[in-house]
Design a binder for this molecule. Sequence first.
Ligand SMILES: Nc1ncnc2c1ncn2[C@@H]1O[C@H](COP(=O)(O)OP(=O)(O)OP(=O)(O)O)[C@@H](O)[C@H]1O
Ligand SMILES: [Mg+2]
Length: 319
Amino acid sequence: MSAANNSGTVSEVGASQGRRDVSASDAVGRQARRDEVARPPSGARSEQSETAGPASGVPSEQSGTLSASGAGAPLLRISHLRKAYGSNVVLRDLSLDVPDHQCVALIGASGSGKSTLLRCSNLLEVVEDGQIFLQGKDITDPRVDGDTVRTTVGIVFQSFNLFPHMTVLDNITLAPRRVHGVSRRAAEADGMAMLERVGLADKASAKPDELSGGQQQRVAIARALVGKPLLMLFDEVTSALDPELVGEVLDLLAELREDGMTMLVATHEMSFARQVADRVVFLADGEVAEQGSPQQIFEGPTDPRTQRFLRRILDGGRL
Ligand SMILES: Nc1ncnc2c1ncn2[C@@H]1O[C@H](COP(=O)(O)OP(=O)(O)OP(=O)(O)O)[C@@H](O)[C@H]1O
Ligand SMILES: [Mg+2]
């Protein structure tokens, strides 16, 4: 059973690996729900807003809390970013906004810099030039603490990286208990709520190798969410999964979007980008070659590089 089937919110997604038909009423209902909820599971966004200020990693003298001074700014703004590995310039003068409560899909050929962009976005990579603003605050300021930024910007990778000797619940509660000093009781309550959220409460005592790949990835997502991030980065989170397991993870991502989570999702799953994302960004030659609504990008791409990329996808039967 998929996570979506448990909640009933986006049960049509994943019926065939993330594809769904979006009807007008579905779209209206979705918007209404997003307006109403507009926050991640367990009240995460509002709680984060209360705690994200001094803990945001942004020096307090810069102007108080993240949430207070970021009004009107996109949650994430990447401005003229440059990143090179030696002589290999991967990102050049790249600018991109991720507005609050939106799901932005990053697409592009292998090697186009999607993972690099995500890793720069939560300071896992050193940025050479340009700036990254989180709620209006420049997190590339050298005074900003990367570890603290990463408590605000969660990331999930293709590989689940769960500790095999620990139960699912222990995997999820490890960081809150060890890093953030949360009591076991409180961490486990939060952890169980998050497992409930991803449809895996009944697996709390299981070890990761007793779970399917899709379930393990959902645990990894729960682990990232339990830190109550403001922004979630997803890097090809279905790439390592058997085809029949892809849908349940995409269902979960679609649900998070419905809940109002702000997400930047690097993906080769064109059906997800087309059906679930609010905006699609096509990377090529280290820059944003083209961006727009899924309809604009998939039905009327104007940049020849986007056209060529989508032609290859179509020819490969992946769209
Ligand atoms: N740690 C690193 N050291 C050196 N070069 C790197 C490193 N990480 C990435 N690169 C290079 O940066 C470029 C972009 O890689 P990146 O992984 O960001 O691409 P991608 O779009 O995520 O590709 P894929 O779709 O295959 O995941 C590639 O040329 C890659 O070889
Ligand atoms: Mg990648």
